[in-house]
Design a protein around this ligand. Structure first.
Ligand SMILES: [Zn+2]
Length: 319
């Protein structure tokens, strides 16, 4: 039986790299020899340990930001071939191999086929982008500059919007500027942040993307949304209920969008759009991947993600 190396999450900060069986592609599926997988902040609770999770996790789970080269195709596949370099939407990508459905793949642009290119967070950014309905000339605020926030700053800038970016971390503010933000502000004090944005953009911003997933960033985002504007929630709010100033939302007649997609077909569309955006320079994710770890050091990758040292934006594990 062929084997592979996979990361196995055992709970409470414990990950081991084990020999597990190499999966075989079923009907309508391909197997990808992974080159790497992005390390996603949404996996932090799995790493840290929560009582509602069942450990150990399946080998490779919850890695979902893989890319690599197709090395086997299942029955019923005409469009994909061994050797195609792809980004994939899958669920066990902290490993050397993973399986994906043929409709959950997109080819890497030829010129970037040897680069580190996690597809899923880019797909996520494209889907948030589509629902943000940003047009040239608008003032757009991005509250929270992680990997996704930085991609959205790039997209909005390239589309001709005037971008104000807000972040707690000085390093992230520098990233936002390099991605094209014309104004860069601190989020530290909610009222100060709201005041500063409203000074730069009297009446607020036509589009506001909240991309940090905290009560404070939600408060800032609400406070700087213009009348008739669109407030896009792109952050993951995972640690309990939030409060919002409903009176303010009512009064301003905001369109509030929760921009995470659950429909696999929409996610796959985002993946194809992401590869197109990379190819045509509307997004440049490469400089945003600040840390790389060998698969065997995935524990260090999560340690780094959870402590976010200066200079950290996004990590990938390389298989
Ligand atoms: Zn992710």
């Amino acid at each position: 039986m062929s084997t592979m190396r996979s990361a196995v999450f055992d709970g409470e900060g414990r990950i081991r790299v084990a020999r597990t069986s190499r999966p075989e592609p079923g009907h309508g599926e391909v197997r990808v020899r992974l080159h790497g997988c992005g390390v996603c902040a949404s996996n932090l609770p799995v790493w840290a340990g929560r009582p509602w999770f069942q450990y150990p996790f399946e080998p490779g789970a919850p890695g979902h930001e893989g890319w690599g080269e197709i090395d086997a195709v299942g029955e019923g596949i005409d469009d994909w071939h061994s050797g195609d370099v792809v980004a994939l939407l899958s669920t066990r990508a902290y490993a050397e191999y993973d399986i994906a459905r043929a409709d959950a793949l997109a080819k890497l642009p030829v010129t970037f086929a040897s680069r580190d290119l996690p597809g899923e967070p880019l797909a996520c950014a494209m889907n948030i982008w589509r629902r943000s309905d940003i047009r040239a000339g608008q003032t757009v605020a991005v509250v929270g500059v992680g990997f996704i926030g930085a991609l959205l700053v790039q997209l909005a800038t390239r589309a001709g919007a005037r971008v104000i970016a807000l972040s707690r971390r000085p390093f992230a503010r520098g990233v936002a500027r390099s991605c094209g933000a014309v104004e860069v502000l601190e989020t530290g004090d909610v009222h100060a942040a709201i005041g500063a944005v409203n000074e730069l953009s009297p009446g607020g911003c036509a589009r506001v993307i909240e991309a940090a997933g905290e009560q404070a960033t939600l408060d800032i985002a609400s406070g700087i949304s213009a009348e008739g504007g669109r407030l896009v929630i792109a952050g993951y709010h995972q640690d309990g209920p939030r409060q919002v100033d409903m009176q303010q939302w009512n009064w301003r007649g905001l369109d509030v969008i929760n921009a995470h997609e659950r429909d696999p077909a929409v996610a796959a569309r985002g993946l194809r759009e992401a590869m197109d955006a990379v190819e045509h320079g509307r997004i440049d994710p490469f400089a945003l991947i600040t840390h790389r770890f060998a698969l065997d050091r995935i524990g260090d990758a999560f340690q780094t993600l959870s402590s976010r040292p200066d200079g950290f934006l996004k990590a990938a594990v390389l298989a």
